[in-house]
Design a protein around this ligand. Sequence first.
Ligand code: RP5
Length: 161
Amino acid sequence: MAIDVGIIMGSQSDWATMKEAAAILDELGIAYETKIVSAHRTPDRLWSYGKTAASRGLKVIIAGAGGAAHLPGMMASKTRIPVIGVPVQTKALSGVDSLYSIVQMPKGFPVATMAIGTAGAANAGLMAAGILAISDPALAARLDAWRDALSASIPEEPSDD
Ligand code: RP5
């Protein structure tokens, strides 16, 4: 099975957040790989990942980082593959630093920036699924079913339980 999505993150410490994206891709039957690629600590790894991503057949990259979160933007500068950015929640500034580092890209090199933290990571998985579903009817059906199930799980009234 070809790998469609690359989930990359700046540090092992980001995995607790980024595994929420992986869980969604697992649920939807989307093949992915996971890599630690740091803009600051392993810049050569970042360069080679971005340079080979398209030729390796990746279709979407989900990139999560915290603090001075340059990974998603730098990856977007290195590949035309859509990059979905996940701002990891930091202790010092609660992830606002991560969000600002990722969201404010200059014209020409976009990053589709999600919410801070685990909700953002899960939504990154869903966003990747939506992109892939454009050209994959079977995946589109699975994604529609996933969304319907979520809607059906929401009660009409609140309870004390
Ligand atoms: C960033 O620095 C990483 O994305 C991570 O969110 C943050 C802290 O990294 P560690 O010091 O925990 O490795 O590059």
